[in-house]
Design a protein around this ligand. Structure first.
Ligand SMILES: [Zn+2]
Length: 260
């Protein structure tokens, strides 16, 4: 019997292509410290599904599909129904290659919310009401700064256009979410550096035309890639708001991880 057992062990070892790693104990000695806190999202990224229905989008977000595997933490139907797909403590795959301020891997640093919308239609009142409820819930529980609610098109301006120019950012701002110019707008001073303000807001300027289109989609309701009258005044106010805030963006970057 011992000979058979030994032969089985040898056969098993011979089948291993690599040496197994050493057990964590006793190599690693666990000495717990109370001096830590949870790592969590610092930004909320909004999307539109660009699909026919919430059910179709849920299927895509839950399964493998031809365009690659994608997910989001939440999906809100156009009837206001709210679905959660990924735990808030986990990294959902919704942002892709993206930049915002000092952040270069938004999947690691954000909560992703998909809005059931085909990209051509207005966003329903019921959907926005649920979104406002969810933003209140998430920002208060996870301690995410309320102004850090942004769009997928803002963080990936060369690749993405969601949510569309029809998205009611001002309505979110009226409820306290996102960064929005205050009324009445003070005129920007002569020589004001619009690009520096764009960078401070968070836009990646490596493709300036794309960044301007994203800014206009978010703040002007169009997708112009040239400066428009009034842009400087808006950016001057956004800059003044951010400079009055203690920390516009976290200075500690998340560890880069491969982005699907
Ligand atoms: Zn998106």
């Amino acid at each position: 019997m011992r000979a058979i057992a030994l032969a089985l062990v040898l056969a098993t070892l011979a089948g291993c292509a690599t040496t197994p790693p050493p057990p964590r104990e006793p190599v690693v000695a666990w000495r717990p410290s109370l001096n830590h806190d949870a790592r969590s999202a610092v930004v909320i990224v909004l999307h539109q599904t660009e699909m026919e229905s919430a059910e179709a989008a849920l299927l895509t977000l839950q399964t493998r599909n031809s365009g690659g595997r994608v997910s989001a933490h939440y999906l809100i139907g156009d009837d206001g129904a709210l679905f959660q797909l990924v735990d808030e403590g986990k990294r959902a795959w919704h942002a892709g290659a993206s930049r915002w301020g000092g952040l270069s891997d938004l999947n690691s640093a954000s909560i992703g919310i998909e809005l059931d919308n085909d990209g051509q239609e207005p966003f329903s009142d019921a959907q926005i009401a649920t979104l406002l409820w969810l933003l209140d819930d998430i920002t208060s529980r996870l301690d995410i700064p309320k102004h850090l609610v942004i769009g997928h098109g803002d963080i990936a301006p060369t690749r993405k256009r969601d949510p569309s120019a029809l998205f009611p950012w001002k309505r979110l701002a009226d409820a306290g979410y996102g960064l929005w110019p205050r009324a009445p707008l003070a005129p920007a001073p002569a020589g004001f550096d619009r690009w520096a303000a764009m960078r401070l807001v968070g836009y990646d300027l490596s493709d300036p035309d794309a960044a301007l289109r994203a800014f206009h989609r978010h703040y002007r309701g169009n997708e112009e890639s040239q400066w428009l009258p009034g842009d400087a005044d808006i950016l001057f106010d956004l800059q003044r708001q951010l400079m009055g805030m203690p920390e516009p963006l976290p200075l500690i970057l998340p560890t880069p991880t491969p982005t699907p």
